[in-house]
Design a protein around this ligand. Structure first.
Ligand SMILES: NC(=O)c1ccc[n+]([C@@H]2O[C@H](COP(=O)([O-])OP(=O)(O)OC[C@H]3O[C@@H](n4cnc5c(N)ncnc54)[C@H](OP(=O)(O)O)[C@@H]3O)[C@@H](O)[C@H]2O)c1
Length: 326
């Protein structure tokens, strides 16, 4: 496993990070034993970055991480990033929502305290806002909230997870110097962060956590137009109607990236994310030991050639299939 700096924090994070949304909720059936085994296998293989959120099962995924930690001798020097959900309704937040409505200080403190308890730590490595509106930069409550969390010693670093497919909403935030990291969707389909966000993050030494590298499964190579999602799997909506068929057709166009040592589309898609030097870690959702071992090995693979990358860049397909909630 190779490691990269998380912006100016000097923390070395594994190129492959562990995403834990599906361990918590919304992805249909799940087995906690599998999730714990997957986390432990990742740590055995050198993964030291885990992304979670209070929202993932009201702390369920955070508690699973704590449980796995208590059972693993390789869980040293882990860096665990969590997120605070907004208190206000609207996901993403409705334009005009004030910071103090979305993240009133008492809410931010209460959720942070719960995450500390769930993760069984005295300080969070990284607390992130789970949503973002650029107007919040103009509100004094925003930097005050960060300061308060740091003053209490409850968080080491602070970051923001940008709303789905909206990387440019983070440009002024990156320039502000207020955040240590930015989390953003980046994959073969949505390559938009390459245009403005990534160069700016490098210039300002802000860490980049690249999320959804497999397009929620669309770039995993394991879906077909016939795939049926189980009850309770939110992807019934994401891939509804003709979306799944088109996604599979578009994904097939990247088959040229599957050449030795790259064995699968999933590996190609993750390797692609690592071709960007601005990216600190790529967080892949993984609930099985099998996926963890396949994905951890990608870090050591050689990068794609400039010609391969150029071809991949030309096949980008930005669109937004995510549901929004009023
Ligand atoms: N707003 C936000 O802040 C936000 C939103 C979305 C995601 N995230 C974070 O980003 C992480 C990653 O995104 P995601 O989990 O939504 O989606 P993802 O990583 O794009 O895709 C996850 C899917 O890929 C499958 N997979 C993983 N490795 C594979 C392999 N080698 N071969 C075939 N299939 C493979 C997983 O299966 P298994 O589950 O069976 O292993 C799962 O179905 C999340 O877990 C979460 O931590 C944050």
């Amino acid at each position: 496993m190779k490691y990269r700096s998380l912006g100016k924090t000097q923390i070395k994070v594994s190129e492959i990070g562990h995403g834990t949304w599906a361990m918590g909720f919304m992805w249909g059936e799940r087995r906690d034993e599998d999730a714990i085994a997957a986390l432990k296998e990742g740590w055995n293989l050198g993964i030291n970055f885990v992304d979670t959120a209070y929202l993932y099962g009201q702390g369920h995924s955070e508690r699973l991480i704590a449980k796995a930690k208590s059972q693993s001798e390789h869980a040293k020097n882990l860096f665990i990033a969590t997120k605070c959900p907004p208190k206000s309704r609207g996901w993403p937040p409705r334009p005009g929502t004030l910071f103090r409505e979305a993240f009133p200080l008492d809410h931010l403190l209460a959720i942070t305290e719960k995450s500390l308890k769930n993760l069984q730590v005295e300080q969070l490595d990284l607390q992130q806002l789970h949503v973002w509106l650029p107007q919040w930069l103009q509100e004094e409550e925003f930097p005050q909230a960060i300061e308060e969390l740091k003053k209490r010693g409850w968080i080491k670093y602070f970051g923001v997870s940008l709303n789905d497919h909206d990387p440019n909403s983070g440009l002024d935030l990156v320039k502000s110097g207020l955040v240590d990291s930015i989390q953003v969707i980046f994959n073969l389909f949505d390559q938009t962060p390459r245009e403005k966000l990534f160069p700016l993050c490098q210039e300002n030494q802000v860490g980049v956590i690249a999320r959804v590298p497999l397009d929620e499964g669309g770039l995993s190579g394991s879906l077909s137009p016939q795939t049926q999602f189980v009850k309770g799997d939110w992807r019934r909506h994401y891939f509804k109607g003709e979306r799944l068929k088109e996604t599979c057709e578009r994904a097939e166009k990247f088959d040229f990236l599957m050449r030795p040592p790259v064995e699968s589309l999933a590996q190609a898609a993750i390797r692609f994310c690592l071709s960007e030097q601005a990216v600190s870690t790529v967080i892949v959702g993984m609930r099985s030991v099998n996926h963890v071992s396949m994905n951890a090995s990608i870090s050591e693979m050689l990068d794609f050639s400039p010609e391969e990358l150029e071809k991949a860049h030309a096949l980008a397909w930005p669109r937004n299939f995510y549901p929004s909630f009023p």
